[in-house]
Design a protein around this ligand. Structure first.
Ligand SMILES: Cc1cc2nc3c(=O)[nH]c(=O)nc-3n(C[C@H](O)[C@H](O)[C@H](O)COP(=O)(O)O)c2cc1C
Length: 410
């Protein structure tokens, strides 16, 4: 018989998750001007921990202060406030969920205001405003990146997390290295898939060596970049197999990057069956068929019936969800109790993305996370463009504070 969302799952490292619903990483923008966790972030994870999910994954947590995803990230490095990280881990685990830190390197997707010439796998810039021209990393610099990921993973374990998720999706450094469109290197870090995956494989190996066999090491991987000449679905299946050989416990499937933002679709999402809701499910099924380790697929799941259908069909082992946790942190428990079938989906009321300013729906959700941090509750009635604009204004302010704090420190 197939599994259901209520079933537990034991990962290859021996750690058991109480059920199959996982809160996927969502960048909270609740780091302070030193990029440490704020009380609002700690409270939010305590709130999520009470909602019934089997595992919580933190938002994008850069391993390098010069390569942020945005100015309000939490950074995990030697300067991080370890007491605050411990409080974050304790809060996230207080309701019985397992908790991972999503560790990342912004690469060429680091905003120009934070770093006008970020380290990347090549000099190819992002085809979007607000990002500088990257610098192709020298070999020694890639080795430093590997060591940074291992250090952050060690710090996550020291803080009391159950492990880490290495972010190799959505166009950040590790993801960009996998793409032949972006990774134009001719040395041993570019060219063949074996070479393009070298950076990710070395990171996984170094992280595993640092955290030991008992920690959870997950990787978020694109099913495809959905770009001509980019990282393809066939590449993704092959890399997932390489990750399995590197003793990864779990592969989370997503897709796209800043130039092809398909990870958080909204308008075209249909409801009812697993295939209509979960837009990467067919890709995940192919990847799962090639692997013995667990697979999680994230993107679009809203109904318990679609989640159960995907699990029962053996298309995935875990259900990742993001936006529903912003709208209702208790939706997993309500589903387990049979009180609801559908998680709230405020995005369904928004117009199609091509009629909106770039990133508007994502920014509305980002603003809701900021409200969770500030007020302990979202404002789901807030107009779309108000949320979008308030988030952009907040980020601009956070960038100003970060740069001012850095000037004082230097
Ligand atoms: C506000 C917001 C922030 C996000 N930040 C991250 C992130 O930091 N790391 C990541 O891997 N994915 C991030 N995502 C993508 C989610 O993890 C998830 O893949 C996506 O929202 C699709 O799932 P959903 O339909 O259940 O929301 C973010 C999504 C949202 C809405």
């Amino acid at each position: 018989m197939g599994s259901s969302i209520r079933d537990s799952l034991t990962l290859p490292n021996g750690v058991e998750l109480g059920n199959r619903i996982v809160k996927s990483a969502m960048s909270e923008a609740l780091g302070d001007e030193r990029n440490d966790p704020t009380d609002g972030l700690i409270d939010l994870f305590e709130r999520w921990g009470r909602g019934g999910a089997g595992m919580l994954i933190t938002g994008n947590t850069p391993v390098d202060r010069d390569h942020l995803e945005h100015a309000a990230n939490v950074v995990l490095d030697g300067k991080t406030d370890r007491d605050r990280m411990r409080r974050l881990a304790t809060a996230a685990r207080s309701g019985g969920a397992r908790a991972l830190v999503q560790i990342a390197h912004g690469g060429r997707q680091t905003p120009a205001a934070v770093n006008p010439h970020p380290l990347s796998i090549s000099g190819r810039p992002l085809d979007l405003p607000g990002y500088g021209t990257p610098r192709a990393a020298e070999e020694g610099e890639l080795e430093v990146v590997v060591a940074q990921f291992a250090r952050s993973a060690g710090l996550a374990m020291e803080a009391g997390f159950d492990g880490v998720e290495i972010h190799a999706a959505h166009g950040y450094l590790l993801s960009s290295a996998l793409s032949p469109r972006i990774n134009t290197r001719t040395d041993r870090w570019g060219g063949s898939l074996r070479n393009r995956s070298r950076l990710l494989r070395q990171v996984v190996r170094a992280v595993r060596a640092e955290v030991g066999p008992g920690a959870i090491v997950a990787v978020k991987l694109n099913s495809s970049d959905f770009q001509k000449g980019g990282f393809s679905h066939e590449d993704s299946i092959a890399v997932a197999r390489m990750l399995e050989a590197e003793h990864v416990d779990l592969v989370e499937i997503s897709g796209g990057n800043f130039e092809t933002p398909v990870a958080y679709r909204h308008a075209a999402v249909a409801q009812g069956t697993a295939r209509r809701e979960a837009y990467f499910l067919d890709y995940a099924r192919d990847i799962k068929a090639a692997l013995a380790i667990p697979v999680m697929v994230t993107g679009g799941f809203r109904s318990a019936s679609a989640m159960n259908e995907a699990l029962a069909a053996g298309a995935t082992d875990l259900i990742g969800a993001g936006r529903p946790f912003i709208a209702d942190p208790d939706f997993p428990q309500k589903m387990f109790d049979g009180a609801i079938d559908m998680a709230p989906a405020p995005e369904r009321d928004f117009p199609a993305a091509d009629t909106l300013p770039r990133g508007a729906v994502l920014n509305w959700f980002c603003h809701q996370l900021a409200l969770w941090g500030r007020d302990g509750a979202p404002d789901l009635d807030l107009a779309l463009l108000d949320g979008h604009e308030r988030y952009l204004a907040m980020l601009e302010e956070a960038t100003g504070r970060l740069l001012a704090a850095r000037r004082v420190a230097s």
